[in-house]
Design a protein around this ligand. Structure first.
Ligand code: ZN
Length: 247
């Protein structure tokens, strides 16, 4: 089936439902004219505990300290968990891991990734689930369709994990792949730099599949991808996009 056409149909259907709801809501509001409207409940900030450390590096603080693909970072709190998406040196960086690893740090890596990490290492294949330090983690596929950098057979992953009541999706180095349709997350970290991963337009389509409350562009600002790519992603994406400043 043509995935893009399916997507357009769904968006069209959403728009229709939205329009119908608008008519009904309009009627209700008109009927209740003169009454005090209840104050809208404050939405919690989905990114309250999120820190972008540049490139594809993310740190989540709050209940636990979780890093994903720490690379060229300044240092920081000791990690409860370090999630690594694949073995490329801008994602699995021993020098950076050394800055944040502590006695209790648990490492999560794709089963196929070669590494020299000492300590507790959990290996995952796409589809695997595990709970570590109270954090539910699912490894999801991440691969290129028509590029040679991240073949599917390599078993690289992205991660969907829940902590502090928020579900995060870090896509890893990936193209726009059909498996994204089955991913649900409140916050999605999506690569936008192109060349090795999705570009801004493809990442916009990925966001339409995952439908997060907030999407954050990653894999830009060093190596590949520019601020313009991040801005383009924001322009091409239906859901809220927040471009973070690297910490
Ligand atoms: Zn890579």
């Amino acid at each position: 089936m043509d995935a893009h056409r399916g997507l357009d149909l769904r968006r069209w259907r959403r728009a229709l439902i939205g329009a119908a709801a608008g008519v009904v809501l309009g009627g209700i509001v008109a009927g209740a004219w003169g009454q005090q409207a209840p104050a809208p409940e404050e939405e919690p900030d989905m990114l309250a505990n999120v820190h972008w450390l540049g490139h594809a590096s993310i740190k989540i603080t709050g209940e636990k300290v979780i890093y994903v693909d720490p690379y060229e970072i300044k240092g920081g709190e000791k990690a409860d968990l370090i999630l690594i998406t694949h073995g490329h040196s801008d994602h699995l960086s021993p020098d950076d891991i050394a800055k944040i690893r502590g006695e209790q740090t648990i490492f999560v890596l794709p089963a196929s990734t070669k590494h020299n990490l000492k300590g507790r290492v959990e290996l995952m294949k796409p589809g695997d689930e595990i709970t570590l330090a109270g954090v539910k983690i699912r490894a999801v596929p991440a691969y290129n369709l028509k590029k040679k950098f991240h073949p599917r057979e390599q078993g690289n992953v992205g991660y969907v994990f829940t902590v502090g009541g928020v579900t995060y999706y870090h896509a890893g180095d990936t193209d726009l792949i059909p498996e994204m349709e089955g991913i649900e997350a409140d916050v999605a970290f999506l690569p936008v730099g192109g060349t090795y991963t999705m570009d801004a337009a493809e990442a916009g389509r990925a966001a339409a599949l995952v439908k997060p409350k907030v999407a954050v562009p990653i894999h830009w600002g060093s190596i590949v991808g520019s601020a313009e790519d991040a801005r383009l992603f924001q322009e091409k994406t239906d859901c809220e996009v927040r471009i973070l400043a690297a910490e």
